[in-house]
Design a protein around this ligand. Structure first.
Ligand code: SF4
Length: 380
């Protein structure tokens, strides 16, 4: 099957005015059909996923998002940070199960809030959580051969460069570009790191450092449709400057017990489908992902323009959404094929970014040992 991968060049996407008009005036069936036709013409009939092992390096976080159950207090965890031997054990188990991605996850700069985190890092010779991630990325890449992808909150330019040495790609959800969500009673009231200007700055730092970057929107956290559209255009603007945004995740908010947003509603199915389709029309050539574990009827998103299911782990749970188990890769494959698509495994870095300017030589070497002629994972 021919795979058509090109670089989005900013051409062909609809304008903000068109997006606003379409979202309120176009029948949903027509919108979904347009997005699907566009996806088919640019991406073909291949839908990808990444076989990953999820490595929660620390649950500590200096922030408090109103929907989060990931973050924990030092008194609630056995280890302040996951020790290197545990990191290696997880990575080796993942490798044996055919994973190619090691997803490193942390809260935002826990050392800025907790003495325990500062001391833990200092006693091992690290001045920050990011330094520790870079070292664990080295360990996993060199000793196990998994490709690290780091999701650790905001990053300075120097930190992005440090991670690039051992990471195939980096991720950070923009969530939404509206600072209104920082207001009293809103999702990010107690999460200064979620200020959109800081998130956009991190994305810019990745662009300057030449790192393939995954971002996305969190849908249903109190935003308006106009703010969703603004967010997509903010991502498009930055991508037009640096050409490094490899993927946009459209993730639905799932309320969790014992959080300030426990009684908020989930975003509706129609709202999610519309946002996905609009994303395709705004950025025709973008890789667009919806997480299958958060959407029981995930295969219906194939009819709204997606071309990726994101990371799916055969080993570890989704630590951000522990209530939502991954569907098995076999069932994702079956349901994807039933809609007329072919499922293939990709690396954390998409094929179009497997180029010297985006990858350190040791990362490129590891990929070359596992890739096929399309830049996808050989044998999967
Ligand atoms: S969502 Fe991330 S930044 Fe927000 S509290 Fe949870 S771990 Fe911290």
């Amino acid at each position: 099957m021919l795979i058509s991968y090109g670089n989005y060049n900013g051409a062909g996407g609809i304008s903000r005015e068109e997006a606003c008009s379409i979202v309120y005036s176009m029948a949903i069936d027509e919108l979904l059909s347009k997005a699907s036709v566009l996806r088919d013409s640019i991406k073909g009939k291949v839908v990808t996923y990444s076989r990953k092992v999820f490595i929660p390096l620390t649950y500590l976080c200096r922030d408090r998002c109103s929907y989060c159950t990931y973050r924990k207090e030092p008194s609630d965890v056995d280890d302040i940070m996951l020790k290197p031997e545990h990191v290696l054990t997880l990575a080796e188990q993942g490798k044996r199960m055919g994973c190619t991605e090691a997803l490193f996850m942390t809260g935002e700069r826990p050392e800025q809030r907790y003495n325990e985190a500062r001391q833990w890092l200092r006693s091992r010779g690290y001045s920050s959580t990011i330094e520790y991630i870079a070292d664990m990325s080295r360990l996993v890449l060199d000793r196990v051969g998994l490709l690290p992808h780091t999701n650790a909150g905001n990053l300075t330019l120097d930190e992005v460069k440090m991670l690039k040495e051992y990471n195939a790609s980096i991720g950070l959800m923009l969530e939404n570009v509206s600072p209104r969500l920082m207001d009293n009673g809103m999702a990010h009231e107690h999460a200064p790191s979620k200020h959109p200007m800081l998130r956009l700055k991190t994305m810019e730092n990745a662009g300057r450092a030449g790192v393939a970057f995954t971002t996305g929107l969190l849908i249903g956290i109190g935003e308006s449709m106009e703010e969703v559209i603004d967010s997509l255009f903010a991502i498009r603007d930055i991508h037009e400057r640096y050409r490094h945004i490899q993927e946009i995740i459209i993730q639905n908010f799932n309320p969790k017990p014992n959080t300030p947003m426990a009684y908020w509603s989930k975003p509706s199915r129609e709202y999610m489908l519309k946002v996905v389709a609009l994303t395709r029309l705004i950025m025709p050539d973008m890789n667009i992902q919806v997480p299958p574990n958060l959407n029981p009827n995930f295969d219906e998103f194939l009819g709204s323009g997606i071309n990726d299911w994101g990371g799916i782990s055969p080993l570890t749970i989704d630590h951000i959404n522990p209530e939502a188990p991954w569907p098995s890769i076999e069932s994702v494959k079956r349901r994807t094929e039933a809609k007329g698509f072919r499922l293939r495994a990709r690396f954390p870095v998409y094929p179009e970014y497997i180029r010297d300017e985006y990858l350190a030589s040791r990362v490129m070497e590891a990929i070359n040992g596992m890739r096929d002629e399309y830049g996808l994972v050989r044998g999967y």
